[in-house]
Structure formats: C-alpha cells, structure tokens
Write a protein that binds this ligand. Structure first.
Ligand SMILES: Cc1ncc(COP(=O)(O)O)c(C=O)c1O
Length: 387
C-alpha cells in the first residue's frame, strides 16, 4: 500500500466542482487583489477564531511581519521566540529590523517553556512570539502574565494551529494578535500563498489593514510607508469553501492521532505526542520521536510510506543566524528534538487501515533498524510515560 505523507488531491477532488465555480465567480467579477471575496473570507475567519477582526494577507510570513510592525517592533528591539519553528517566525522579526532571541521548548508539548522567559529578558525586549507548533497551543496564560507585567506585546504564531484551543479559547484569539498561514498543506490551505492576522484590538486591526495596502487610507493617499501584502481574491474564494470543512478535518486528524497513539504507545523507542489538558490539538503535524531516524525513514519509504522532518535544524543553528552567537548546546531540548522528530502521514482523508499500516511499519522499522534504538533520552521518556 502506498501511503503518501500528504495527499492534497484527496482533499480537493470532492470540492473540485464547487471550487471551479467559486474561481469562475472571482474571474467574472475581476476581484483578483483584495476585494469582496477577501472581505467575505475575513468575516468568516474572524467568526471562526472568535475575534473581531481578520486581515487577509499574502502569507503567514507577512502576517507575522505586519503584526510586529503594527505593534511598533523595530530596529534595536528584541523579540523572544523558540528555535523549534519554521524559519519564517524569526525572519519576520529580522525583517522589522529587530533581533530574535530564543528560549528553549517544553520537553512534552514542544512549545515555548514559560519558565525560561526571564533569562531571555533584556531592557530591549519588546515582544514574545509563542509558536503553536504542530497544532497545539503554547501554555499561554503564564506567557501572557509575564508579558503583561513587563509591557511586552504577544503575537501568536498560529500558522499550524487553525481551530486549536487553549482553555476553550481559539488559537490566534488569545494574545494581542494571531498569525495564520494558509500555505496549501496547512489544515486550512489555499491554492497558493495566503495568510491572515486576527485580533480583537480595533486600532491594531486598522493599522494592519493600512500597512498591508501600501499604507494607504484611500486610493493614492498614504499615511504610512507600508507594503503590498494583500490577499488574492481567488485564494479567499477557495478558503471560504475549505473553512466550512475545517472543523471536521480537525476532528478526523484527532481521531487518526488517537489511533496512532494507541498503536504506538507500547512500542519501545517511539515517543508519541502529548496533548496538554488545557489544549485541543489539531495535529497539523503528527511528530513522533525516534532514534536512528534516517534508517527508520528509509525503511518506511521502502514500504511506500511517506514521512518528513519538522525541522532538522533548529533556527538558532541555521547558518543565516550564525551572527547571533548561539551554538550547539544553547537549547538542549530543541536540539535533541530536532535530531529525533519524525512526522508521520497525517491528513483528514487517511483511512484507519492506512494509519494501522503506518504504525505497524514504524514498529517493524524500529525493530529492524537498531537494537539500541531504546538508548538515551528517548528511552528515558518512553519509560517515564509508560510508568
Ligand atoms: C510555524 C510557522 N510560522 C510561519 C510560517 C510561514 O507561513 P507562510 O509559509 O504562509 O509564509 C509557517 C509556514 O510553514 C509556519 O509553519
């Protein structure tokens, strides 16, 4: 059985006629950049996130960048985030002229460890970006309490967490602003590049709307130097259709995750993801931790099973950030996870049979690849969680 890591065709095929009609409508109206389809999607997405505003932009990277700019982050400022994320989180900070400062992640949830914030704080700290990695929100209450006491902005990187909740609150709605990516493979994916920022802050929303459209308040009247970050009409029309399926897709992902966990919890040498009691996870990525990862991936590939690594190099060790002065050992949890994370196939259209096949193949792969797979930290974690 061939089981791809991700199968977008399986998601799009049943929607094809509806999407074709929606795209034709955008063409008929020539509403290609911004316009009524974007406005409608913004309203729908704000309602979905329980926020007053949603601002459609060109990508998740732009969403983060604009949110930081609108909060006044600029040259000389520092913004705290995690090294276990996609490069875009840190890039957005750099593109404001500010400097990313990293803190390590929690060993169980793989999100920002609030205990580590104090050590990263300096007189130049202006904001914090917790990343809701893999579809689970960071532990937001202690992060917000820390930020509020010190007058820091908090921007959620919710690019992987559409529909996730923290203590009943929707990802993106918890802090000053929440930033989403609609990159095609995301839980809510466009047919190209797109993103959005959500917020309950009227002034911030207004500022971000102006900034995303060249800083203009009305045509050819510019009150700020902005940029072109508008969302495309075609992307918005596609997203409106897919948004109606998002909750159900997330439910199916959780069901696959439960099935993986049941099948793998007793397999020595595999650490399955932990969902915090405060969170409803949306499993954008189902990442287990294993030793001998490359051999395990090869074994799975030989069985026709796709897998991936999110992410092989933590951001603080990327060559692009060598000037920040971090080195190996700076963030031990993030670094260990980066060598052990292995993402298994996860998309709503997976069947229970396919999940079983993947779990069975992973168990065989672990047995086949190494008799010492259960050494080191993974073994310790497995033992702890099985106790
Ligand atoms: C955690 C995280 N932040 C930001 C982004 C950037 O989003 P985009 O690719 O839409 O610019 C991504 C996209 O993969 C992401 O996973």
């Amino acid at each position: 059985m061939n089981i791809p890591f991700l199968d977008l065709n399986a998601q799009n095929a049943p929607l094809r006629a509806e999407i074709d009609r929606a795209i034709a409508e955008v063409i008929d109206c020539s509403a290609f950049a911004g316009g009524p389809f974007v406005a409608r999607f913004e309203e729908e997405f704000a309602a979905f996130c329980d926020t007053k505003h949603a601002i459609g932009v060109g990508s998740g990277t732009e969403a983060l960048w604009l949110a930081l700019l609108a909060k006044g982050v600029g040259p000389g400022d520092e913004v705290i985030t995690v090294p276990s994320t996609f490069m875009a989180t840190a890039e957005a900070i750099s593109y404001c002229g500010a400097q990313p400062v990293f803190v390590d992640i929690d060993e169980d949830t793989y999100t920002l460890d609030p205990e580590k914030l104090q050590a990263a704080m300096t007189p130049w700290t202006k904001a914090i970006i917790p990343v809701h990695l893999f579809g689970q929100t960071a532990d937001m209450d202690p992060i917000l309490a820390f930020a509020r006491e010190r007058g820091l902005a908090v921007i959620e990187d919710a690019a992987q967490a559409h529909g996730a909740t923290y203590k009943g609150r929707k990802a993106g709605s918890i802090a000053d602003a929440g930033c989403f990516s609609f990159y095609p493979g995301k839980n809510l994916g466009a047919f190209g590049e797109a993103g959005a920022i959500v917020t309950n802050d009227d002034l911030l929303a207004e500022k971000m709307r102006i900034l995303r459209d060249h800083g203009q308040v009305k045509k050819y009247h510019h009150t700020m130097v902005g940029w072109n970050c508008r969302m495309d009409g075609i992307q918005a029309a596609v997203l409106s259709i897919k948004l109606r399926r998002l909750e159900n897709g997330n439910k199916l992902r959780r069901s696959h995750a439960r099935q993986y966990a049941e099948a793998l919890h007793s397999v020595d040498g595999v650490v399955t993801p932990v969902t915090s009691d405060n969170c409803e996870h949306v499993f954008h990525v189902y990442a287990v931790r294993v030793q001998e990862r490359e051999a395990v991936m090869r074994y799975l590939a030989d069985q026709g099973i796709g897998s991936a690594i999110h992410y092989p190099v933590p951001v603080h060790l990327q060559e692009a950030y060598s000037d920040l002065g971090y080195g190996p050992g700076s963030f031990p949890v993030a670094e260990r996870c980066a060598t052990e994370f292995l993402s298994l196939p996860m998309f709503p259209e997976l069947t229970p049979d396919q999940v079983n096949t993947v779990a069975g193949a992973l168990e065989e792969a672990i047995a086949a690849t190494t008799s010492s797979a259960c050494s080191g930290i993974t073994a310790d974690l497995v033992a702890l969680r099985q106790a």
